[in-house]
Design a protein around this ligand. Structure first.
Ligand SMILES: [Zn+2]
Ligand SMILES: [Zn+2]
Length: 257
């Protein structure tokens, strides 16, 4: 059993063949998929999918790219939607200083506000951090994010950051990029982290692992990422599957079976 801890099934890339995509995941041993609605137009679609497929759960929030679109109405809509029993976390929230699609000052403000909101909703948070490691860590600390815990999705920080996040009760989620030829030291970082703190994800439709690099990613491919983590850590695929599944069920507060 494997879990894809982070995908975007509500994105247009899956409009044509969503049922087949979910069936393929099931056939590949992926029991649960967490689909992340990152902006207003995607929230209800993510929930609709979660309610149509028993193996799919939803995560809702506003991505740093969309931080500038947030207003009071967006927050009240989120508050309402997040009380749905199929919503298991708040996110993805954080900072993206690579693309800077929202001004940095707005990203910082909305990141803080959304941590406060997630705590109010009693949900763990899913963090997006791209080229903003220092600032992300700073906000997680100053906002006492250890109170809600959660996941650093698509982790790209260094060893020191990983350890600080784990200490605050966060899980480090490994994307398909770990299978690439040149990972810039990422495989070494993963090697040094306890399996008990790792999750695996696709971030589908993005970041397909080898041998599908460059193609549309989908949850069934999370198996290739798990296989690579097993190789790096010199344990069996079964062990990686077992432990990362337990981790995902724990952070998303799901019960087995
Ligand atoms: Zn992200
Ligand atoms: Zn994502």
């Amino acid at each position: 059993m494997l879990i894809d801890s982070h995908a975007h099934l509500e994105m247009p890339e899956f409009r044509q063949d969503l049922t087949e995509v979910i069936q393929r995941a099931k056939a590949s041993g992926i029991d649960y998929i967490f689909t992340v609605g990152t902006e207003k137009k995607d929230w209800t679609r993510a929930l609709e999918i979660a309610h149509s497929y028993p193996s799919v759960y939803a995560v809702l929030g506003v991505h740093p790219h969309n931080a500038r679109e947030i207003n009071d109405e967006a927050y009240s809509t989120l508050k309402r939607l997040c009380r749905d029993e199929k919503v298991k976390a708040y996110g993805e929230i954080g900072l993206d200083f690579y693309r800077n699609l929202s001004p940095r000052a707005v990203q910082l403000k909305r990141f803080r506000e959304q941590i406060v909101l997630a705590k109010e909703l009693k949900l763990p948070i899913v963090i997006h951090d791209r080229e903003a490691h220092q600032e992300t860590l700073g906000i997680l600390k100053s906002e006492k994010a250890e109170d809600c815990g959660g996941i650093i999705h698509c982790f790209s920080g260094d060893d020191h950051m990983a350890k600080e996040c784990i200490e605050m009760g966060f899980y480090i989620s490994v994307p398909g990029t770990v299978t690439f030829k040149n990972t810039g030291g990422f495989q070494e970082i993963i090697k040094g982290l306890p399996l008990e703190s790792l999750l695996i994800e696709t971030d589908a439709p993005f970041l397909a692992p080898v041998p599908f690099r460059g193609k549309r990613n989908e949850p069934s491919y999370v198996r290739y990422t798990a296989q690579k983590v097993a190789e790096i850590k010199k344990v069996s695929l079964e062990k990686v599957a077992e432990v990362t599944t337990e981790n995902a069920l724990r952070v998303y507060r799901l019960k087995f079976g």
